[in-house]
Design a protein around this ligand. Structure first.
Ligand SMILES: O=C[C@H](O)[C@@H](O)CC(=O)C(=O)O
Ligand SMILES: [Zn+2]
Length: 276
């Protein structure tokens, strides 16, 4: 597990492209038959990836957690962005199709991930935060995730938002998680942008063609910086940072948050014309 400490606004304002990428970009998350994790000290968020091809992969504990097992004091959200998969949690089997979500609460001991077909492997994105209580383990399909249409083709941001883990969906201690799919011809996400100093957010991009790129914007609203990402990369957004992006084609992304509250609408909106 890679450990990343926080960076101040002032530090970030002076970062080179390389420093910015080292601090906030998460690459190579999806490696065959292996659990990959990054522990960010922004709200103690663990970002992870599992791509089981020929083997079953388990959610192994890490010494840095000083816990008996990974979810002893944590909860986790899992979304599959690949082929059909199977997640087993303490003996309960969840069939996880593309864009289905599994929530596992504090106290879940044994977790494993596999693919149904090695030729079309599952690709699991994971987000985990500290939890103080147990909420029931639960699977949710994208059809159950209350899709909401947002944006417009005239501003190139027509998209559908699916919410899985939130106050009116799967209940959790602090995780809020869902995904957004942009329509063909729409490339701008999260426009108009916002900040929410109450919560850290992580964006994980998927279904972006290999030869295309995503320009993810971050930083203070009047001093934005950009990171160029490829498919299956993630960007960590500190609580004070904007988070929006533009692709060279359409794409989808998983958003996930944790912090002071779980109110999805608790955002401080920014006018596009005020961004610098
Ligand atoms: O705080 C919420 C998040 O930034 C995202 O849910 C925004 C998003 O998916 C979108 O507008 O497309
Ligand atoms: Zn946000």
């Amino acid at each position: 597990m890679e450990i990343r400490f926080e960076h101040s606004k002032k530090e970030v304002s002076r970062m080179t492209t390389e420093e910015l990428r080292e601090a906030f970009l998460v690459e190579n998350l999806m490696q065959a038959d292996k659990l990959t994790t990054v522990y960010s000290h922004y709200d103690r968020t663990i970002v992870g990836g599992v791509k089981p091809v020929n083997a079953e992969v388990t959610l192994d504990n890490h010494p840095e957690l000083r816990a008996e097992y990974f979810l002893e004091r944590r909860e986790i959200g899992i979304i599959n962005v690949g082929g059909s998969g199977v997640v087993v949690a303490d003996g309960v089997t969840y069939n996880v199709e593309k864009m289905s979500c599994v929530y596992l609460g504090k106290g879940t001991k044994d977790v494993s991930f596999k693919s149904v077909d090695p030729a079309n492997s599952a690709v699991y994105y994971l987000l985990s935060n500290p939890a103080h209580a147990n909420y029931p383990n639960r699977l949710m399909t994208k059809e159950e995730a209350a899709p909401v249409q947002l944006g417009d083709i005239t501003t190139s941001n027509k998209r559908t938002i699916y919410k899985y883990i939130h106050l009116e969906g799967i209940r959790s201690c602090q995780l809020v998680m869902g995904l957004t799919v942009l329509e063909t011809g729409s490339v701008w996400n999260s426009i108009p942008p916002h900040t929410h100093t109450r919560r850290t957010e992580v964006y994980f991009y998927f279904d972006l063609p290999e030869n295309q790129r995503l320009f993810h914007f971050m930083g203070e609203p009047q001093a934005t910086k950009s990171i160029v990402l490829q498919n299956h990369d993630a960007a960590i957004s500190p609580p004070w940072s904007v988070h929006f992006g533009c692709g060279t084609s359409n794409y989808a992304f998983i958003w996930g948050m944790a912090g002071e509250n779980q109110v999805y609408t608790d955002m401080d909106p920014l006018a596009v014309v005020d961004i610098k």
